[in-house]
Ligand binder design. Sequence first.
Ligand SMILES: Nc1ncnc2c1ncn2[C@@H]1O[C@H](COP(=O)(O)OP(=O)(O)OP(=O)(O)O)[C@@H](O)[C@H]1O
Ligand code: SF4
Ligand SMILES: [Mg+2]
Length: 328
Amino acid sequence: MTLLEVDDLTVRFPTDDGLVTAVTGLSFRVEPGQTLGIVGESGSGKSITSMAVLGILPRRARVTGSIRFQGRELLGLSEGQLRPLRGNRIAMVFQDALTALNPVRTVGEQIAEAIRVHDARPRRAELRRRSVELLDVVGIPSPATRAGQYPHELSGGMRQRVMIAMSIANEPELLIADEPTTALDVTVQAQIMDVIERIQDRTDAAILLITHDLGVVAGVADRVLVMYAGAKVEEGPVEPIFYETAHPYTQGLLASLPRLDRRERGELYRIPGQPPSPRHRPEGCAFHPRCRHAQPGRCDTGVPVPSAVGAAHTAACLRLGEFEGAGA
Ligand SMILES: Nc1ncnc2c1ncn2[C@@H]1O[C@H](COP(=O)(O)OP(=O)(O)OP(=O)(O)O)[C@@H](O)[C@H]1O
Ligand code: SF4
Ligand SMILES: [Mg+2]
Protein backbone atom coordinates (compact mmCIF):
# COMPACT_ATOMS: atom_id res chain seq x y z
CA MET A 1 0.00 0.00 0.00
CA THR A 2 1.23 3.53 -0.75
CA LEU A 3 2.44 5.03 2.51
CA LEU A 4 1.57 8.68 1.90
CA GLU A 5 -0.75 10.04 -0.78
CA VAL A 6 -1.18 13.78 -1.06
CA ASP A 7 -3.80 14.92 -3.55
CA ASP A 8 -4.58 18.44 -4.67
CA LEU A 9 -3.35 19.91 -1.40
CA THR A 10 -4.03 23.63 -1.12
CA VAL A 11 -3.16 25.70 1.96
CA ARG A 12 -4.33 29.29 2.33
CA PHE A 13 -3.96 31.82 5.11
CA PRO A 14 -6.36 34.68 5.76
CA THR A 15 -4.38 37.93 6.07
CA ASP A 16 -5.18 41.64 6.09
CA ASP A 17 -4.65 41.65 2.29
CA GLY A 18 -7.03 38.73 1.76
CA LEU A 19 -6.31 35.02 1.35
CA VAL A 20 -2.67 34.12 0.74
CA THR A 21 -2.03 30.81 -1.01
CA ALA A 22 1.06 29.04 0.39
CA VAL A 23 0.56 25.69 -1.37
CA THR A 24 -1.56 25.15 -4.43
CA GLY A 25 -2.91 21.92 -5.96
CA LEU A 26 0.03 19.79 -4.79
CA SER A 27 -0.08 16.03 -5.37
CA PHE A 28 2.58 13.40 -4.66
CA ARG A 29 3.06 9.87 -3.35
CA VAL A 30 5.62 8.26 -1.06
CA GLU A 31 6.00 4.49 -1.13
CA PRO A 32 7.18 2.53 1.94
CA GLY A 33 10.95 2.80 2.42
CA GLN A 34 11.30 5.42 -0.33
CA THR A 35 13.04 8.79 -0.04
CA LEU A 36 11.33 11.74 -1.72
CA GLY A 37 13.33 14.96 -1.88
CA ILE A 38 11.24 18.15 -1.96
CA VAL A 39 13.34 21.01 -3.32
CA GLY A 40 12.63 24.69 -3.85
CA GLU A 41 13.73 28.19 -2.90
CA SER A 42 12.65 29.95 0.27
CA GLY A 43 8.89 30.51 0.43
CA SER A 44 8.02 27.82 -2.12
CA GLY A 45 5.77 26.01 0.39
CA LYS A 46 8.01 23.14 1.51
CA SER A 47 7.56 23.57 5.25
CA ILE A 48 3.85 24.31 4.94
CA THR A 49 3.52 20.99 3.06
CA SER A 50 5.33 19.06 5.80
CA MET A 51 3.33 20.82 8.51
CA ALA A 52 0.12 19.87 6.71
CA VAL A 53 1.20 16.20 6.70
CA LEU A 54 1.97 16.34 10.42
CA GLY A 55 -1.25 18.25 11.16
CA ILE A 56 0.62 21.10 12.86
CA LEU A 57 -0.47 24.04 10.71
CA PRO A 58 -1.79 27.11 12.56
CA ARG A 59 -5.52 26.80 13.22
CA ARG A 60 -6.43 29.63 10.90
CA ALA A 61 -4.87 27.86 7.88
CA ARG A 62 -7.50 26.76 5.33
CA VAL A 63 -6.57 23.37 4.00
CA THR A 64 -8.28 21.51 1.16
CA GLY A 65 -7.48 18.35 -0.77
CA SER A 66 -6.48 15.05 0.73
CA ILE A 67 -3.59 13.60 2.76
CA ARG A 68 -3.83 9.85 3.23
CA PHE A 69 -1.38 7.94 5.42
CA GLN A 70 -1.53 4.15 5.03
CA GLY A 71 -4.87 4.70 3.34
CA ARG A 72 -6.35 6.77 6.15
CA GLU A 73 -7.42 10.37 5.53
CA LEU A 74 -5.58 12.70 7.90
CA LEU A 75 -7.29 15.98 6.96
CA GLY A 76 -10.15 16.58 9.33
CA LEU A 77 -8.81 14.33 12.11
CA SER A 78 -8.96 15.82 15.60
CA GLU A 79 -5.85 16.59 17.64
CA GLY A 80 -6.62 13.55 19.79
CA GLN A 81 -6.74 11.31 16.71
CA LEU A 82 -3.50 12.74 15.28
CA ARG A 83 -1.42 12.59 18.46
CA PRO A 84 -0.85 8.82 18.44
CA LEU A 85 0.47 9.11 14.87
CA ARG A 86 2.73 12.07 15.37
CA GLY A 87 6.21 11.22 16.69
CA ASN A 88 5.28 7.56 16.46
CA ARG A 89 4.25 6.56 12.91
CA ILE A 90 5.19 9.93 11.39
CA ALA A 91 8.19 11.69 12.91
CA MET A 92 9.90 14.96 12.16
CA VAL A 93 13.50 16.17 12.37
CA PHE A 94 13.52 19.92 12.82
CA GLN A 95 16.13 22.27 11.46
CA ASP A 96 17.27 23.93 14.63
CA ALA A 97 18.48 21.25 17.04
CA LEU A 98 19.70 23.70 19.65
CA THR A 99 16.35 25.34 20.27
CA ALA A 100 14.41 22.07 19.91
CA LEU A 101 16.36 20.32 22.68
CA ASN A 102 15.71 20.98 26.36
CA PRO A 103 18.87 22.63 27.81
CA VAL A 104 18.35 21.35 31.37
CA ARG A 105 17.89 17.64 30.64
CA THR A 106 20.51 15.17 29.48
CA VAL A 107 20.25 13.93 25.93
CA GLY A 108 19.71 10.38 27.23
CA GLU A 109 16.69 11.53 29.27
CA GLN A 110 15.26 13.34 26.27
CA ILE A 111 15.52 10.28 24.05
CA ALA A 112 13.97 8.14 26.80
CA GLU A 113 11.13 10.66 27.01
CA ALA A 114 10.58 10.42 23.24
CA ILE A 115 10.20 6.65 23.63
CA ARG A 116 7.95 6.92 26.69
CA VAL A 117 5.47 9.33 25.10
CA HIS A 118 4.25 6.51 22.88
CA ASP A 119 5.22 3.43 24.88
CA ALA A 120 4.81 3.55 28.66
CA ARG A 121 5.98 -0.01 29.20
CA PRO A 122 9.80 0.08 29.21
CA ARG A 123 11.46 0.29 32.63
CA ARG A 124 14.29 2.69 33.46
CA ALA A 125 17.13 0.35 32.62
CA GLU A 126 15.50 -0.65 29.33
CA LEU A 127 14.92 3.01 28.42
CA ARG A 128 18.54 3.78 29.14
CA ARG A 129 19.73 0.83 27.07
CA ARG A 130 17.56 1.90 24.13
CA SER A 131 18.66 5.55 24.38
CA VAL A 132 22.34 4.54 24.24
CA GLU A 133 21.63 2.19 21.34
CA LEU A 134 19.91 5.00 19.42
CA LEU A 135 22.85 7.33 19.99
CA ASP A 136 25.06 4.59 18.60
CA VAL A 137 22.80 4.16 15.54
CA VAL A 138 23.19 7.85 14.67
CA GLY A 139 26.97 7.55 14.93
CA ILE A 140 27.71 9.25 18.26
CA PRO A 141 31.02 7.94 19.68
CA SER A 142 31.02 6.80 23.35
CA PRO A 143 27.21 6.81 23.37
CA ALA A 144 26.91 5.70 27.01
CA THR A 145 28.95 8.71 28.18
CA ARG A 146 27.21 11.11 25.79
CA ALA A 147 23.79 10.00 27.04
CA GLY A 148 24.62 11.58 30.40
CA GLN A 149 25.58 14.95 28.89
CA TYR A 150 23.56 18.11 28.31
CA PRO A 151 22.90 19.61 24.85
CA HIS A 152 25.41 22.47 25.36
CA GLU A 153 28.18 19.90 25.84
CA LEU A 154 27.63 18.63 22.27
CA SER A 155 28.60 20.18 18.94
CA GLY A 156 25.92 21.31 16.45
CA GLY A 157 26.36 18.16 14.36
CA MET A 158 26.08 15.96 17.48
CA ARG A 159 22.92 17.74 18.57
CA GLN A 160 21.40 17.18 15.14
CA ARG A 161 22.23 13.47 15.53
CA VAL A 162 20.46 13.48 18.90
CA MET A 163 17.40 15.01 17.23
CA ILE A 164 17.48 12.28 14.62
CA ALA A 165 17.83 9.63 17.35
CA MET A 166 14.72 11.06 19.05
CA SER A 167 12.76 11.12 15.81
CA ILE A 168 13.47 7.44 15.07
CA ALA A 169 12.97 6.29 18.68
CA ASN A 170 9.65 4.69 17.83
CA GLU A 171 10.65 3.39 14.41
CA PRO A 172 8.31 5.61 12.40
CA GLU A 173 7.14 4.56 8.94
CA LEU A 174 7.65 8.11 7.71
CA LEU A 175 10.41 10.49 8.72
CA ILE A 176 10.09 14.12 7.66
CA ALA A 177 13.41 15.98 7.68
CA ASP A 178 12.91 19.69 7.00
CA GLU A 179 16.28 21.25 6.08
CA PRO A 180 18.10 18.94 8.52
CA THR A 181 21.53 20.24 7.51
CA THR A 182 21.02 23.91 6.72
CA ALA A 183 22.47 25.16 10.01
CA LEU A 184 25.56 22.95 9.71
CA ASP A 185 28.83 23.29 7.83
CA VAL A 186 29.43 21.26 4.68
CA THR A 187 31.44 18.40 6.24
CA VAL A 188 28.90 17.90 9.02
CA GLN A 189 26.07 18.12 6.46
CA ALA A 190 27.56 15.17 4.59
CA GLN A 191 27.86 13.19 7.83
CA ILE A 192 24.23 13.87 8.73
CA MET A 193 23.10 12.73 5.27
CA ASP A 194 25.09 9.51 5.85
CA VAL A 195 23.22 9.02 9.12
CA ILE A 196 19.89 9.50 7.34
CA GLU A 197 20.86 6.90 4.75
CA ARG A 198 22.02 4.48 7.42
CA ILE A 199 18.72 4.87 9.26
CA GLN A 200 16.85 4.08 6.13
CA ASP A 201 18.80 0.86 5.63
CA ARG A 202 18.18 -0.11 9.21
CA THR A 203 14.58 0.86 9.81
CA ASP A 204 13.07 0.84 6.32
CA ALA A 205 11.48 4.21 7.06
CA ALA A 206 10.31 6.32 4.16
CA ILE A 207 11.85 9.78 4.22
CA LEU A 208 10.52 13.12 3.08
CA LEU A 209 13.68 15.17 2.75
CA ILE A 210 13.04 18.88 2.43
CA THR A 211 15.80 21.18 1.25
CA HIS A 212 16.55 24.25 -0.87
CA ASP A 213 19.68 22.45 -2.15
CA LEU A 214 19.22 20.14 -5.11
CA GLY A 215 22.76 18.82 -4.48
CA VAL A 216 21.73 17.41 -1.08
CA VAL A 217 19.06 15.15 -2.57
CA ALA A 218 21.26 13.77 -5.36
CA GLY A 219 22.93 11.11 -3.24
CA VAL A 220 20.01 9.99 -1.10
CA ALA A 221 16.63 10.51 -2.79
CA ASP A 222 14.81 7.98 -4.96
CA ARG A 223 12.51 10.65 -6.33
CA VAL A 224 12.66 14.43 -6.44
CA LEU A 225 9.80 16.93 -6.41
CA VAL A 226 10.65 20.52 -7.31
CA MET A 227 8.35 23.26 -5.98
CA TYR A 228 8.01 26.82 -7.13
CA ALA A 229 5.61 29.40 -5.68
CA GLY A 230 3.58 26.76 -3.82
CA ALA A 231 3.17 24.39 -6.77
CA LYS A 232 4.93 21.36 -8.18
CA VAL A 233 6.91 22.22 -11.31
CA GLU A 234 8.75 18.95 -11.89
CA GLU A 235 8.82 15.50 -10.34
CA GLY A 236 10.52 12.25 -11.19
CA PRO A 237 13.09 9.60 -10.31
CA VAL A 238 16.37 11.22 -9.30
CA GLU A 239 18.33 10.34 -12.47
CA PRO A 240 15.96 11.87 -15.05
CA ILE A 241 15.64 14.96 -12.82
CA PHE A 242 19.40 15.46 -13.07
CA TYR A 243 20.08 14.15 -16.59
CA GLU A 244 16.85 14.79 -18.52
CA THR A 245 15.81 17.95 -16.73
CA ALA A 246 12.63 19.28 -18.32
CA HIS A 247 11.61 22.42 -16.43
CA PRO A 248 13.51 25.71 -16.83
CA TYR A 249 13.37 26.28 -13.06
CA THR A 250 14.97 22.90 -12.28
CA GLN A 251 17.53 23.65 -15.00
CA GLY A 252 18.31 26.92 -13.20
CA LEU A 253 18.69 25.16 -9.83
CA LEU A 254 21.05 22.64 -11.42
CA ALA A 255 23.12 25.31 -13.11
CA SER A 256 23.50 27.07 -9.72
CA LEU A 257 25.09 24.01 -8.10
CA PRO A 258 28.81 24.20 -7.43
CA ARG A 259 30.51 21.44 -9.41
CA LEU A 260 33.95 19.96 -9.12
CA ASP A 261 34.30 19.69 -12.89
CA ARG A 262 33.71 23.40 -13.43
CA ARG A 263 37.16 24.73 -12.95
CA GLU A 264 36.67 28.26 -14.12
CA ARG A 265 36.65 30.81 -11.37
CA GLY A 266 34.08 33.43 -10.76
CA GLU A 267 30.57 33.70 -9.47
CA LEU A 268 28.21 30.76 -9.54
CA TYR A 269 25.20 31.03 -11.81
CA ARG A 270 22.13 32.42 -10.10
CA ILE A 271 18.57 32.33 -11.38
CA PRO A 272 17.83 36.02 -12.03
CA GLY A 273 15.33 37.82 -9.81
CA GLN A 274 13.62 36.67 -6.65
CA PRO A 275 10.89 34.13 -5.97
CA PRO A 276 7.50 35.89 -5.88
CA SER A 277 5.76 36.63 -2.61
CA PRO A 278 2.53 34.65 -2.24
CA ARG A 279 0.75 38.00 -2.05
CA HIS A 280 1.89 38.96 -5.54
CA ARG A 281 2.12 35.85 -7.66
CA PRO A 282 2.55 36.56 -11.36
CA GLU A 283 -0.30 35.70 -13.73
CA GLY A 284 0.12 32.68 -15.98
CA CYS A 285 3.21 30.60 -15.23
CA ALA A 286 4.46 31.86 -11.85
CA PHE A 287 8.05 31.46 -13.06
CA HIS A 288 7.70 33.56 -16.21
CA PRO A 289 9.35 36.80 -14.97
CA ARG A 290 12.55 34.80 -14.28
CA CYS A 291 12.41 32.26 -17.11
CA ARG A 292 14.81 32.57 -20.03
CA HIS A 293 12.40 30.59 -22.22
CA ALA A 294 9.32 32.66 -21.38
CA GLN A 295 7.21 33.63 -24.39
CA PRO A 296 5.23 36.87 -24.10
CA GLY A 297 1.51 36.44 -24.68
CA ARG A 298 1.71 32.79 -23.78
CA CYS A 299 3.61 32.15 -20.54
CA ASP A 300 2.13 35.22 -18.84
CA THR A 301 -1.43 34.07 -19.45
CA GLY A 302 -1.60 30.26 -19.60
CA VAL A 303 -1.24 28.23 -16.41
CA PRO A 304 0.93 25.13 -16.94
CA VAL A 305 -0.08 21.84 -15.33
CA PRO A 306 2.16 18.78 -14.80
CA SER A 307 2.34 16.58 -17.87
CA ALA A 308 4.38 13.46 -18.63
CA VAL A 309 7.88 13.91 -20.03
CA GLY A 310 9.15 10.40 -19.29
CA ALA A 311 8.48 7.33 -17.17
CA ALA A 312 7.03 8.60 -13.88
CA HIS A 313 8.53 12.01 -14.76
CA THR A 314 6.32 15.09 -15.10
CA ALA A 315 6.91 18.79 -15.61
CA ALA A 316 4.58 21.80 -15.64
CA CYS A 317 5.72 24.06 -18.47
CA LEU A 318 3.82 25.33 -21.51
CA ARG A 319 6.88 25.01 -23.76
CA LEU A 320 7.98 21.44 -23.04
CA GLY A 321 9.96 20.03 -25.94
CA GLU A 322 10.42 23.46 -27.53
CA PHE A 323 13.90 24.09 -26.11
CA GLU A 324 17.01 22.07 -25.26
CA GLY A 325 17.07 20.25 -21.92
CA ALA A 326 19.86 21.26 -19.59
CA GLY A 327 21.24 17.76 -19.24
CA ALA A 328 24.14 17.09 -16.90
N1 LIG B 1 1.18 31.61 9.15
C1 LIG B 1 1.29 32.11 7.90
N2 LIG B 1 0.50 33.12 7.48
C2 LIG B 1 0.59 33.61 6.23
N3 LIG B 1 1.46 33.16 5.31
C3 LIG B 1 2.27 32.17 5.67
C4 LIG B 1 2.24 31.57 6.97
N4 LIG B 1 3.18 30.59 7.04
C5 LIG B 1 3.77 30.59 5.83
N5 LIG B 1 3.22 31.50 5.01
C6 LIG B 1 3.62 31.77 3.62
O1 LIG B 1 3.62 30.56 2.91
C7 LIG B 1 4.70 30.50 2.00
C8 LIG B 1 5.38 29.15 2.07
O2 LIG B 1 6.07 29.08 3.30
P1 LIG B 1 7.00 27.86 3.69
O3 LIG B 1 7.43 28.10 5.09
O4 LIG B 1 6.33 26.58 3.41
O5 LIG B 1 8.22 28.04 2.70
P2 LIG B 1 9.52 27.12 2.58
O6 LIG B 1 9.53 26.57 1.21
O7 LIG B 1 9.56 26.15 3.71
O8 LIG B 1 10.68 28.19 2.70
P3 LIG B 1 12.08 28.12 3.50
O9 LIG B 1 13.05 27.51 2.53
O10 LIG B 1 12.38 29.57 3.75
O11 LIG B 1 11.89 27.33 4.74
C9 LIG B 1 5.63 31.64 2.35
O12 LIG B 1 5.63 32.55 1.30
C10 LIG B 1 5.06 32.26 3.59
O13 LIG B 1 5.09 33.66 3.50
S1 SF4 C 1 5.65 27.93 -19.05
FE1 SF4 C 1 6.94 29.47 -20.05
S2 SF4 C 1 7.67 30.77 -18.35
FE2 SF4 C 1 6.88 28.89 -17.45
S3 SF4 C 1 8.65 27.57 -17.25
FE3 SF4 C 1 7.72 27.07 -19.22
S4 SF4 C 1 8.75 28.38 -20.72
FE4 SF4 C 1 9.21 29.19 -18.69
MG1 LIG D 1 10.87 25.86 5.31
